[in-house]
Design a protein around this ligand. Structure first.
Ligand code: HGA
Length: 610
């Protein structure tokens, strides 16, 4: 969510910090701040409400010279967005802190620190870290030990960076529940909550592990685990592209990412299908052995990833012959669970850092699931590191808050998992082969759908004055209707609900009038006749419908129904195909409504807080 960037170097670092913040801005964007210590140990701190650009402009007038600095974009959890609540926070003008996460015992600590004489200037939970470190530093020789003592007293989640303005040559970083990655340069070091922030300055990275605290200077990086033992964390060379943060010719990241889906899917398939079959090794070395024994799959995810998991439940039961449940991670993590025999826990997350999903995975492992597998887009992320197996989607960096290419590549991964598991069950193996072949046709099919974008753009006009909408689908397309509704809500702020079309008559039909557009997802499959009956139920009540239908399914446009032809496709890839027009529709409606497409209000990417 929030973004952290830090640097310790000989050169002035403020431009590196601001550029890093811009590259992370999609993760949280209600306020931003930077603090730099110059060669005279003088601290320069600038904070602004609003976008990073506000901060960048402010820094032109209030220069921040110096080689050691930390910066932050905030997505408020405690205390409204305001300059006073923006990070970095200070204690006694020398301890400087930025923080991602939530300190759950902040009230108790605040009370204790107040009795010790500390005065709070913000409503954030973060400020307790600054004062607590300052307090511990009084009885410690080093900032490192002060941070080690302070972090032991914190409950909740943090990725935090702490500087002492009186000692300009270092900062201390600590991770528990919120990711941090160290960037290695030549005679300079960096810290960030995501490598994307640091790609302009280095490609060599080491992720901190849970409980790690590290002291970082220009010349050295010393990492200690949660028990205070010195440890090494592997430094890896990243092949992420430097321009991952650029919009190129597109007006918005979201549009760019919609159009990147064919290549993202090609990359996710590359080398993973050989002779119409999927090698279990795609999921990890021991995958085949594990898959042979799996009798049940439990999927855990949040938001858009939850919708891809919902599609996979249909696939796993129907195509792979294996029982499957799916649950929202924030629910799963707090309820009593019955652990199935030989169960595989599957987590899905673009970032691999989604706090609720990570907590649910840890719970499932403790409860004794046979094995864990994650479908994830970020190598080295917490979910990848903590799962036995993984399928890495190759979507590339996804910047738009509303997920697009991460979703369709997750579906590709889940279909491959379905095929890989189906191999060991008594199901029609020829059908699995057909799904495998269909996956290979997916990028070109998506290109065909993208070609109808102007038609969808024209439809968007019909939504601009609407406040509500209904999305309908059946079977494997029901989760796609849910994903379409979520996209419209997220970026156009139009209230959108999705229903399994058969459920209409049990309540939502009461909502139908000519002010409630109804969007229908209608591939030509075994449920098409049932769906047509549902469409008639809406028509009979005066509803205005937009039907995305297979060219072969014989829907005809009239005054109550606009039919948008979608090229015919194999049933296994239909969920990915029908996602595309719904993404485009949301995008064009948002353009007409004039919303902030890439950074919709109140939302943030990579939800690393509970
Ligand atoms: N709790 C802190 C940091 C918020 C955060 O990490 N958001 O993702 C605050 O509210 O400032």
């Amino acid at each position: 969510m929030c973004g952290i960037v830090g640097a310790v170097a000989q050169r002035d670092v403020v431009d590196i910090l601001i550029e890093g913040l811009k590259r992370l801005e999609y993760r949280g964007y209600d306020s931003a701040g930077v603090a730099v210590v110059d060669s005279q140990n003088k601290l320069h701190r600038v904070r602004r409400l609003g976008k990073v650009q506000e901060l960048s402009d402010a820094v032109q007038n209030e220069p921040c010279p110096g080689g050691t600095g930390i910066a932050h974009t905030r997505w408020a959890t405690h205390g409204a967005p305001s300059e006073a609540n923006a990070h970095p926070h200070l204690s006694s003008d020398n301890i400087v802190v930025v923080h991602n996460g939530i300190i759950e015992n902040h009230e108790e600590l605040r009370g204790k620190l107040k009795t010790l004489g500390y005065v709070f200037t913000s409503q954030t939970d973060t400020e307790v870290i600054a004062h607590l470190v300052h307090h511990e530093f009084k009885s410690c020789d080093t900032l490192l030990s002060a941070v080690q003592l302070a972090t032991k007293q914190l409950d909740g989640a943090y990725g935090t960076v702490i500087m002492d303005a009186n000692d300009k040559d270092k900062f201390i970083v600590a991770r528990s529940g919120s990711p941090l990655v160290i960037g290695y340069g030549l005679g300079e070091h960096f810290i960030a909550s995501d490598i994307l922030a640091l790609l302009p300055v280095t490609r060599r990275f080491a992720y901190l592990e849970e409980g790690d605290v590290a002291e970082i200077t220009r010349q050295s990086v010393s990492i200690f685990d949660e028990n205070g033992n010195a440890v090494e964390r592997e430094i890896k060379e990243s092949d992420a592209t430097h321009d991952a943060g650029d919009k190129g010719e597109y007006r918005h990241y979201m549009l760019k990412e919609i159009y990147e889906q064919p290549i993202a899917i090609r990359n996710s398939l590359a080398g993973r299908i050989i002779d119409d079959s999927i090698d279990s090794d795609v999921f990890g070395n021991n995958a085949e052995e594990i898959f042979k024994s799996i009798e049940h799959v439990q999927i855990i995810a949040c938001g858009t990833s939850y919708h891809s998991g919902m599609v996979a439940r249909y696939w796993l039961e129907e195509f792979a012959g294996i029982s499957c449940n799916i649950e929202i991670a924030s629910e799963y993590r707090y309820r009593k669970i019955f652990v199935p025999k030989n169960g595989l826990i599957v987590t899905i997350s673009q970032s691999g850092e989604t706090a609720d999903t990570l907590a649910a995975l840890r719970k499932a492992k403790d409860l004794g699931f046979k094995a864990s597998l994650t479908i994830c887009n970020v190598p080295g992320s917490s979910l990848v590191r903590e799962s036995d197996l993984c399928f890495m989607t190759k979507a590339g960096a996804e910047i738009g808050v509303a997920s697009t290419k991460a979703f369709t590549t997750q579906l590709v991964g889940l279909m491959m998992l379905t095929i890989a598991l189906g191999k060991f069950n008594d199901v029609n193996q020829e059908k699995l082969k057909e799904h495998t072949q269909a996956l290979l046709t997916l990028p070109n099919k998506i290109d065909e759908v993208l070609a109808i974008a102007p038609r969808i753009e024209a439809l968007a006009e019909d939504f601009s004055d609407k406040n509500h909408s209904l999305f309908l689908g059946r079977g494997r397309q029901y989760p796609i209707a849910m994903e379409g509704a979520l996209k419209l809500k997220e970026i156009s702020y139009i209230h959108a609900e999705a229903y399994a079309a058969g459920e209409l008559k049990h309540g939502p039909l009461a909502l139908i009038d000519d002010d409630m557009p109804v969007i229908v997802v209608a591939p030509n499959n075994e449920l098409i006749e049932k769906l047509k009956s549902n469409v008639e139920e809406v028509r009979a009540r005066g509803g205005l419908m937009f039907v995305f239908a297979d060219v072969d399914s014989n829907f005809v446009s009239d005054e109550t129904m606009k039919v948008i032809d979608i090229p015919h496709c194999e049933i296994g890839i239909a969920p990915m195909i029908y996602t595309i027009p719904l993404q485009l529709l949301s995008y064009y409606v948002a353009i007409i409504k004039g919303t902030d497409v890439d950074q919709p209000r109140n939302l943030a990417k990579s939800v690393t807080v509970e």
